[in-house]
Design a protein around this ligand. Structure first.
Ligand SMILES: C[S@@+](CC[C@H](N)C(=O)[O-])C[C@H]1O[C@@H](n2cnc3c(N)ncnc32)[C@H](O)[C@@H]1O
Length: 237
């Protein structure tokens, strides 16, 4: 008898606080999130705009976004068993916790942008470094370059490397700041359930299209099962 597993992919448009308040305690295995850090892409603070940065501005709606309120971090910890939070070094006063296990993403970068990005984690293991080139036109896998659809998009390949270490197939993952849906695509490829929330309609629509394109491009999921086993649901609030 053939056994089918269904992986759920929920992509929703709206304010993450609206959803977070509705989930039961510890519903998700892992919240893997990438909130606005309150800085611009070049690492300067919002109130420090230079000519250099202006040429790189994609969309004012993104750079004007403030850091999440403290309640967001309380809800995140309530609804998930573990958390990985990009920009932990910019958000640590709001996270309010120490951790032995930070993630260092070495971007193999140069120029005006940061060499590395840091993520706070709730795990009790050692600091880990993940090297994955993401430097303008230069990407880690130049033969399979990822199309950029969002100004602060993180690579799917990086998300997969990190998920393989900190999550397991079949687990429930939460992304409260979905952006380009790179994490959603990584979860589809690794057979994890994902609930992804995005506030800005344009990013939401572009990312849904990206996920649909990805589903069309793969014929089998990570266990060699047909892709029909991936159940994709969208809803708008
Ligand atoms: C740093 S970007 C995330 C980029 C993402 N990791 C990627 O790889 O594309 C933050 C995203 O969170 C969204 N956002 C900001 N505030 C939000 C909120 N309250 N609820 C949901 N999404 C929000 C922004 O529109 C933006 O797309």
């Amino acid at each position: 008898m053939m056994r089918f597993t269904t992986y759920n992919v929920d992509m929703v448009l709206g304010d993450n606080m609206h959803f977070l308040r509705r989930f039961p305690d510890k519903y998700f295995d892992l919240a893997f999130v990438d909130p606005p850090y309150g800085i611009r892409q070049d690492g300067h603070r919002e109130n420090d705009r230079s000519k250099l940065a202006k040429s790189k501005d994609y969309d004012k709606s993104l750079w004007d976004q403030p850091r999440p309120p403290r309640e967001y971090f309380e809800q995140l910890e309530r609804v998930s068993k573990n958390q990985i939070i990009w920009g932990g070094n910019h958000l640590i006063d709001l996270i309010g916790k120490r951790s032995p296990c930070w993630i260092v993403w070495d971007k193999d970068n140069s120029g005006n942008f940061a060499d590395c990005e840091l993520a706070y984690t709730s795990f009790d293991t050692a600091v880990r470094k993940f090297k994955f080139r993401w430097n303008g036109m230069l990407q880690e896998d130049m033969k399979n370059k990822e199309q950029r659809i969002h100004p602060t998009q993180k690579p799917v390949g990086l998300y997969k490397m990190i998920l393989k270490k900190y999550a397991k197939p079949g687990q429930k993952i939460l992304d409260t700041h979905s952006g380009s849906a790179s994490l959603t695509i990584a979860c589809i490829d690794l057979g994890m359930d994902i609930f992804a929330i995005e506030l800005v309609q344009k990013y939401f629509e572009d990312s849904v299209e990206r996920v649909e394109r990805h589903l069309q491009s793969i014929s089998h999921d990570f266990q060699g099962k047909p892709k029909e086993n991936v159940q994709l649901r969208f809803f708008l609030i």
